[in-house]
Design a protein around this ligand. Structure first.
Ligand code: SF4
Length: 410
């Protein structure tokens, strides 16, 4: 865990396994997404599954809405690198077919499959095959009886009651490999429903804000709902439901979990200064270039891009590695110590090169390499620091003038 990081105690839940991926019971929180291809399109769906797995997806859901989709699953499941959950719509027969096709999990919406004998038939088959089911309650498709019971409104109580009713049907056939979601597109409603559900059951929970919409607002909405609950210890697996490439859903899920210290870091955590009157480069552009350069590399380091050498290395001293601009040069630093200096147009390439070195050979190897360059790097950084201060003064952001103004207005 990083210095200064706090941890979020997790709610105790039972554990199930989806394929070979444990969910709940203290297992790492998993990231899910859903393919947007027709499941009958086997090659297209597998391509998307591979892209999702490469981005860090742990479990993927495919729609199973027609007989051709069940057949597609029979071909996809043996070739998928990650467990597959079949998303069942209104036809319980599709659920039975998906189980026959070998899926690792099912998702049933209690608002869509309503006949108790159908629900129990699916649960009995899943029990015999040792396959878990997610009870996926959705605010937008609540069971009509519950909708009426709660005054023709979707309420958190109604959503939880829907999940508990489904559990009762499962109990009747002695099936308990369950995880549950109570998603809604309304964030406060979703948070309230999950809190109540967490009080009512110890089954693992799948978190999501349904139909969050396109980025960036969709990302903010999903994060508001999911992160709030995770900080309370609620949630065992998550999905960002974005109107976007599903790979983005996975990336956002990973970023959230990694940034909350709930999953081991897999990719670069890029930090960048906001830029100010002292900046000597276009920080936004260099940060974007660095983001692009690190995009497909699995380097679990914190990397900083800073606009000036006056404050950059100090402000980002906790980063594993960073680069700060000064006098058309890039000043590379490791844990706040200047280690090399390069031309400005080589800043991003140098960052990547040294980050790769730390990642493959370790911090000691990088520091050993720096032995030859660090004296020169320190001298150059000091030179460019002074130059910046000479040119821009101590108060490059004119903060003191503003402070004076504030005082005169009191
Ligand atoms: S002082 Fe330097 S590092 Fe800090 S915000 Fe300004 S440009 Fe960026």
């Amino acid at each position: 865990m990083e210095a200064g990081a706090v941890s979020f105690p997790r709610r105790k839940t039972r554990q199930i396994t989806v394929g070979d991926v444990p969910v709940g019971g203290g297992a790492p929180i998993t990231v899910q997404s859903m393919t947007i291809t027709k499941t009958a399109d086997v090659e297209g769906t597998l391509q998307q599954i591979y892209a999702l797995a490469a981005a860090g997806c742990d479990i993927v859901r495919c729609t199973c809405n027609e007989p051709e989709a069940s057949e597609g699953l029979a071909r996809i499941v043996p070739r998928s690198p990650i467990p597959i959950i079949a998303d069942i719509h209104h036809q319980y027969r599709r659920a039975l077919e998906a189980l026959e096709a070998g899926v690792d999990g099912l998702r049933l919406n209690p608002g869509n499959i309503r006949k108790p004998e159908h629900i129990k038939a699916v649960a009995a088959e899943a029990r015999d095959r040792n396959v878990p089911i997610r009870i996926g309650v959705n605010g937008g498709s609540l069971h009509p009886d519950l909708y009426r019971k709660y005054g023709d409104r979707v309420t958190p109580e109604a959503m939880v009651e829907s999940a508990m009713q489904e559990i009762a049907y499962f109990d009747e056939v002695d099936f308990d490999l369950i995880k549950i979601s109570v998603k809604a597109s309304n964030v406060p409603l979703m948070i309230d429903a999950y809190r109540r559900l967490a009080d009512a059951t110890d089954h693992p929970l799948h978190l999501g804000v349904t139909e969050a919409g396109p980025p960036p607002a969709g990302i903010v909405k999903a994060t508001a709902g999911i992160a709030t609950l995770l900080a309370e210890g609620i949630g065992d697996t998550i999905r960002y439901s974005l109107t976007s490439d599903p790979v983005d859903e996975v990336k956002m899920g990973r970023v959230l979990l990694e940034s909350m210290g709930l999953r081991e870091r897999k990719n670069v955590d890029l930090i960048a200064c906001p830029s100010c009157g002292r900046a000597e480069i276009d920080v936004y552009k260099v940060a974007q270039d660095a983001q692009d350069a690190f995009e497909d590399r699995e380097i679990p380091l914190q990397v900083a891009v800073m606009g000036c050498v006056v404050n950059g290395p100090g402000e980002a001293r906790d980063a594993d590695i960073g680069i700060a601009a000064g006098n058309k040069r890039g000043h590379l630093f490791i844990k706040g110590q200047n280690v090399a200096v390069v031309p400005e147009d080589e800043m991003v390439g140098t960052l990547v090169e040294w980050a790769e070195l730390i990642n493959t050979e370790g911090m000691d190897a990088a520091l050993a390499r720096a032995v030859k360059t660090k004296d020169e790097a320190r001298r150059a950084a000091e030179e460019d620091r002074r130059r910046n201060l000479d040119e821009r003064g101590d108060d490059a952001n004119a903060s003191e003038q503003v402070v004076e103004l504030l005082r005169t207005k009191r």
